[in-house]
Design a protein around this ligand. Structure first.
Ligand code: SP5
Ligand code: ZN
Length: 344
């Protein structure tokens, strides 16, 4: 399988995030992608840099206002105070119910709240460049599938599935899976299925395609009653308007066994087969692993072989995109297990 990887990812290297009011080292770190690239190289895969420019597709997935905000954020932050160069901006106020989200205040931190769902997406000088390289990888992979490749893996970070049309969140800035699906539509696929197997519900991806029937969204994730992102990912969210019936959420309680998880995967796969997609995008979060420090499913490294084999059986041109997964030292093995099983 072709692997796409950009060394630009390392430009996104925030130092800390917040946990219970304390600063803790970021779970989503550059070493994640390093471990993945290393393991894939060791197993004989060749790694390619992205070649496409995702700008056109990005503007079909995200609002131009949000893209402009993201690209200019760091210079705006420095304009607040040049001493900010060694700091990370975090939002501190959000336009919730009864406040106005139709206006954009001049204050940078207020704007950061407008364009964020949480305070869990630390930003640094290189965030835009790194995130853009991930979106470029997604579009490059879609072009390879269009050219007849059966499967491509994007070893990208930061992840993307929590980012919506006009907001960041959950370590995500640009929605790589949505960009991939939109690029596949652009390149002639009539129906694209997205399967999101990250531990956390892909709220951004769901919301981007919620009123569309040309992109099916199916997700298996920790029950949002107790798990992040809490405010989306329930089973009664089935799509709206044209998209009614084209959104399937399978929430599973925290602590779900690997056996029950694979039962859920069967349900997800049968919905995808029934949809008769032309291509599949997999939001490949590996935080379902038993050793993950922030998640509560129990997949073992061997289970990722089983996952890769099941995905292959769908028989679709497939674009795999790395999302979460924070057991960093095992991330390479787990990712490569999916990739190699698919290649068998
Ligand atoms: C892409 C992705 O997997 N994003 C996940 C975002 C999760 N954000 C909430 C993080 C909460 C960290 N909790 C730490 C628990 C340590 N025991
Ligand atoms: Zn996750």
């Amino acid at each position: 399988m072709i692997v796409i990887f950009s060394s630009q990812h390392e430009q996104h290297a925030p130092e800390y995030e917040f946990f219970r009011g304390e600063r803790v080292p970021c779970f989503e770190s550059p070493s994640r992608a390093v471990f993945v690239a290393k393991e894939l190289t060791a197993r004989g895969h060749s790694i390619h840099a992205p070649v496409a420019d995702s700008r056109t597709i990005l503007s079909q997935v995200h609002t131009q206002r949000y893209l402009d905000f993201l690209e200019s954020s760091w210079s705006r932050w420095l304009a607040v105070d040049p001493a900010n160069a060694s700091t990370q901006p975090f939002p501190s106020v959000w336009p919730v119910r009864s406040l106005r989200s139709d206006i954009e205040p001049d204050n940078f931190i207020a704007q950061l709240g407008l364009y964020s769902m949480d305070n869990g997406s630390p930003m640094v000088a290189g965030t835009w460049v790194a995130a853009k390289a991930g979106a470029d990888a997604a579009v490059s992979a879609a072009e390879l599938l269009g050219g007849g490749e059966q499967a491509v893996f994007c070893a990208t970070r930061p992840p993307g599935h929590h980012a919506g049309a006009d907001f960041m969140g959950g370590y995500c800035f640009l929605n790589n899976a949505a960009v991939a699906a939109q690029a596949l539509r652009h390149n002639g696929c009539d129906r694209v299925a997205i399967l999101d197997v990250d531990y956390h519900h892909g709220n951004g991806t769901q919301s981007i395609f919620y009123d569309r029937s040309d992109v099916l969204f199916v997700s298996i994730h920790g029950d949002p009653r107790t798990e992040y992102p809490f405010y989306l990912g329930y089973a009664d969210e089935q799509g709206e308007a044209e998209g009614e019936g084209f959104n399937l959420n399978i929430p599973m309680h925290a602590g779900t066994s690997s056996e029950r998880w694979f039962d859920a995967l069967e349900m997800a796969c049968s919905r995808i087969s029934q949809y008769r997609a032309d291509a599949l995008v997999v939001s490949l979060g590996l935080d379902t692993f038993e050793g993950d420090p922030i998640s509560k499913f129990a997949l073992r490294s061997d289970d990722f072989i089983k996952l890769g084999a099941r995905l292959k059986r769908l028989g679709l041109p497939t674009l795999l995109i790395l999302e979460g997964g924070y057991a960093t030292a095992t991330l390479g093995v787990n990712a490569a297990n999916v990739v190699d099983a698919f290649d068998q």
